[in-house]
Write a protein that binds this ligand. Structure first.
Ligand SMILES: Nc1ncnc2c1ncn2[C@@H]1O[C@H](COP(=O)(O)OP(=O)(O)OP(=O)(O)O)[C@@H](O)[C@H]1O
Ligand SMILES: [Mg+2]
Length: 374
């Protein structure tokens, strides 16, 4: 039997197996060797013929602990990699008049909402006086008017009232104008915390009125510290250094992503298998990079080479990459938009397996995808 040696149980991407039954072996017997894989058998089968099996395998939810929720810092000292932002927040807290409008900016998963919630406790704001809204779903003028009506009522329990507006970049232009007007007239007990990854979507007049707290991608050493600290708290034993290095490679400075990946491998007790599971995640990311190149009408062969060269162990992952490319472009094609025709072209090039040709097959399909037809 030729199989994918990666642990299927923890992959959240399609897995591909080629089974070649030995004399006398039944499919059922083979299937038992493939842990966690449900296989539907073909109607007819010529003995000895390889059988290609593809099955979407979801991550085993029960094993993926939501570590990023469980270990959300409740004190500034528990946060990593944001010394500057925390320094500014601590200094502001010591001022006689704390600014009433704070803007938390920076990449996703780096601690903006976490820091805003910690600040809420430090300002002695009671839960009853704390409102967290997501601008992506509320968005407009109505949300702002609603706040405007409520802000004049004094706090119910603690010292102040706070509105935390997540994804503040999504507040509509009218909503932002209404908010600016409201700021003219804010009672002393009210604070507004805006969190956003897209501060450029806010009007300059809003940005200049706010005190901006900038969050950065979390550095390598700090992410490693967070991973090891969390893994040890969760399991009581040390965590493999190569695995934490691999996680850091994959997350672009996001502490949340690091903890999500840690949660997906922490139940696996063998570090080789942990690395195997992570390489599936890596293949997924590489495949998406490849799809982006294909969707770019100005993409050239050298752009494809850059993506392919960055992939370690390409031979092992070609089939995974192929399936992700197919599923990505199937969605584009069915979307029926501008890219549909291009998507069909790519599906055509990637429709047959690269089991035998491996990397060479993938390279050829990629070459055809970006080279104009003669
Ligand atoms: N600097 C950090 N130190 C420790 N843990 C962190 C840090 N940043 C994020 N985390 C972890 O990631 C989770 C999510 O962080 P948070 O919600 O604060 O990110 P965010 O910057 O608001 O992201 P988004 O822009 O996606 O809303 C937290 O619950 C926490 O577990
Ligand atoms: Mg947030």
């Amino acid at each position: 039997m030729v199989g994918n040696s990666k642990p299927a149980a923890y992959c959240n991407h399609p897995i591909n197996l080629v089974l070649r039954p030995e004399d006398g072996e039944t499919f059922e017997k083979l299937a038992k060797q493939v842990e966690y894989c449900e296989i539907s058998w073909p109607q007819s089968y010529l003995f000895g013929e390889p059988i290609y099996i593809r099955k979407e395998k979801k991550m085993d939810e029960s094993k993926a602990v939501e570590l990023y929720r469980k270990y959300r810092p409740s004190k500034f000292s528990e946060m990593v990699g944001q010394d500057e932002a925390i320094g500014v927040l601590t200094a502001l807290g010591k001022q006689i008049a704390m600014p009433q409008f704070l803007l938390f900016t920076g990449p996703s998963g780096t601690g903006k909402t976490t820091a805003a919630r910690i600040l809420k406790s430090r300002l002695k704001c009671h839960d009853m006086d704390f409102v967290e809204l997501n601008a992506a779903s509320e968005r407009g003028v109505d949300m702002v008017r609603d706040i405007g009506k409520q802000m004049y009522f004094a706090p119910m329990a603690g010292d102040c009232k706070i509105w935390l507006i997540d994804e503040a970049g999504s507040v509509t232009s009218d909503g932002q104008s209404a908010f600016l007007k409201m700021l003219e007239d804010t009672p002393s007990w009210c604070y507004f915390f805006f969190c956003t990854t897209d501060p450029q979507k806010l009007k300059p007049t809003i940005r200049t009125r706010a005190t901006e707290i900038k969050f950065k991608p979390v550095g390598r050493a700090e992410l490693k510290e967070l991973i090891h600290r969390t893994a040890e708290a969760e399991t009581g034993v040390g965590f493999n250094d190569d695995v934490s290095d691999k996680i850091v490679d994959l997350v672009n400075g996001s502490a949340r992503k690091a903890l999500v990946l840690l949660g997906s491998v922490i139940g696996i007790d063998n570090s080789d298998q942990q690395l195997g599971a992570l390489s599936g995640v890596e293949a997924e990311r590489n495949a998406i990079d490849l799809c982006r190149v294909f969707m770019n009408p100005r993409a050239r062969w050298s752009d494809v080479c850059k993506v392919l060269k960055a992939i370690n162990g390409l031979d092992e992952d070609v089939e995974t990459i192929r399936h992700i490319v197919l599923s990505y472009f199937s969605k584009v094609a069915l979307g029926g938009g501008k890219g549909a025709e291009r998507a069909i072209e790519i599906i055509y090039l990637f429709r047959s397996p690269f089991y035998e040709s491996k990397t060479a097959g993938l390279v050829l399909a990629c070459y055809d995808a970006v080279t104009p037809k003669k």
